[in-house]
Design a protein around this ligand. Structure first.
Ligand SMILES: Nc1nc2c(ncn2[C@@H]2O[C@H](COP(=O)(O)OP(=O)(O)OP(=O)(O)O)[C@@H](O)[C@H]2O)c(=O)[nH]1
Ligand SMILES: [Mg+2]
Length: 436
């Protein structure tokens, strides 16, 4: 696959030191958070050579960690010939500057947010995806711009070369203005693309098809599950954020009803706010769904905390009221006892394995139940010159009984609210007790 090659060819792996603070959070122990940061670093092309953490309730305003700890990190960089220090939380611009003065020259200091942005930039495949990443990158950059040309400023004051642009304006102001302009123009381009996407969604909506979105923590197996259901051939990868662009596939439920399934970008704890905003139109695929399959890696030790952070992001994008089914994936990695405990804790959930296909039928059945929850139960008599309606019934409804009589085809069926009105003129009777 060309994607794999891409990683092999460009591999110049950097040596990274990871730094986290221990806030005594039982749900996300610092060790787990750093383990995740290591996976992010690996995905971005860095190997972790050393790790440091410090117990702290609130970060140090100047250097994030205490100054003694910062010296220790600098020492680690020297001993392990590190190229980069990666902090597990977002640094303020001044913390970043101060830390860069403490670590050896040429060692970069970055944070989790910059790392995630980097991975997104590596994996963005469509025009919209790339624009969304560039928007988030520029928004991240804006407050972090420094007067890189500060040493020239004094020369400029005295006139001469380089002093003639933007009178009275420092290089920093020029840079900021440029980045702001770039942000505006990216936003404009994105707006046009999102209008196109909205139209596509609209036409899918008008088609009345039931829309299902797969959402969940990164690496939970959303793409694998879409592949298991539809042979979509979506890239699934043991890397974080393998999927950035949503893929929509048509899926036919066993009863014959057609629905759409959409794979989406994964979530992560401490997801940069800018990124959520920049990916708004991609995330609209989730907030516009009729049903969200919340895909969970059942084998992850951080499973419950991951579920909570997904719920949080779903709230941020206004998807909290959409019907949701929890799908525990990778159950092939659990033993009997763990499976029982899972079932006890989450009664309503479905356990599956995209790998072995276990539980996939249960999942499809559950989707079918939810898709038919708003159906009307009707009996109609369709005249023989309306074969078009009979086809619609076959494709979109759940047929209970079908008979060919003298004056037409009698169909007893469960049909969604989007299609039912088409049959109103041929209605014989309706069972209102089914109304939901
Ligand atoms: N053992 C096991 N591994 C699985 C299963 N489903 C997925 N995986 C593996 O988990 C990894 C992540 O799978 P993906 O389908 O790429 O996960 P994703 O949720 O789409 O991830 P992102 O797109 O990065 O958010 C891959 O290495 C898969 O092979 C499963 O049921 N069992
Ligand atoms: Mg994926």
């Amino acid at each position: 696959m060309s994607h794999t090659k891409h990683f092999e060819i460009e591999e110049v792996r950097e040596r990274a030191v990871l730094v986290g603070i221990d806030r005594g959070d039982a749900a996300w122990p610092v060790s787990e958070s750093l383990a995740e940061l290591e996976r992010l670093a690996n995905t971005a092309g860095a190997d972790v050579v050393a790790t440091a953490s410090q117990k702290l309730d609130t970060p140090n305003a100047r250097t994030f960690i205490g100054s003694g700890k910062a010296e220790e990190v600098a020492e680690l960089c020297r001993s392990f010939a590190a190229d980069v220090v990666i902090f597990d939380d977002e640094l303020t611009p001044s913390q970043q500057t101060n830390l860069e003065k403490i670590v050896p020259r040429d060692v970069k200091v970055i944070d989790r947010t910059a790392l995630i942005l980097d991975i997104f930039a590596l994996h963005a495949a469509t025009k919209e995806g790339r624009l969304q990443v560039r928007l988030a990158q520029n928004q991240y950059l804006l407050p972090r711009l420094r007067g890189m040309w500060a040493h020239l400023a004094s020369n400029r004051m005295g006139g001469g070369v380089g002093s003639r642009f933007g009178e009275g304006e420092s290089q920093l102001e020029v840079d900021r203005r440029m980045v702001r302009k770039r942000i505006t123009s990216i936003k404009r381009e994105l707006k046009q693309l999102s209008e196109v996407r909205a139209l596509q969604r609209e036409s899918r909506y008008k088609s009345g098809m039931f829309k299902v979105s797969l959402a969940g923590y990164t690496n939970a197996g959303k793409s694998s599950l879409l592949n298991a259901l539809t042979d979509a051939g979506v890239l699934s990868y043991d890397k974080l954020f393998a999927t950035l662009d949503s893929t929509t596939r048509k899926f036919v439920l066993p009863e014959g009803r057609e629905i759409t399934l959409t794979d989406t970008v994964g979530f992560i704890q401490k997801l940069p706010h800018n990124l959520v905003e920049a990916f708004k139109s991609t995330l609209d695929e989730i907030s516009g769904a009729d049903l969200i399959l919340h895909v969970i890696d059942a084998s992850s030790p951080e499973r419950e905390a991951q579920m909570r952070s997904v719920e949080e992001v779903l709230g941020q994008i206004g998807a909290q009221d959409i019907k949701r089914v929890e799908v525990f994936n990778k159950v092939d990695l659990l033993d009997e006892g763990e499976l029982c405990a899972l079932a006890n804790r989450h009664h309503d959930a479905i356990a599956v394995s995209a790998l072995t296909q276990a539980g996939i039928d249960d999942l499809v059945r559950r989707i079918a139940v939810v898709a038919s929850a708003h159906d009307r139960l009707v009996s109609v008599l369709v005249p023989y010159d309306r074969g078009d309606l009979v086809s619609i019934a076959h494709e979109r409804a759940l047929i209970v009984r079908e008979e060919h009589g003298e004056s037409g085809t009698r169909i007893d069926m469960q049909i969604g609210p989007a299609y039912a009105p088409l049959f109103d003129t041929f209605l014989i009777e309706e069972d209102k007790s089914k109304a939901s």
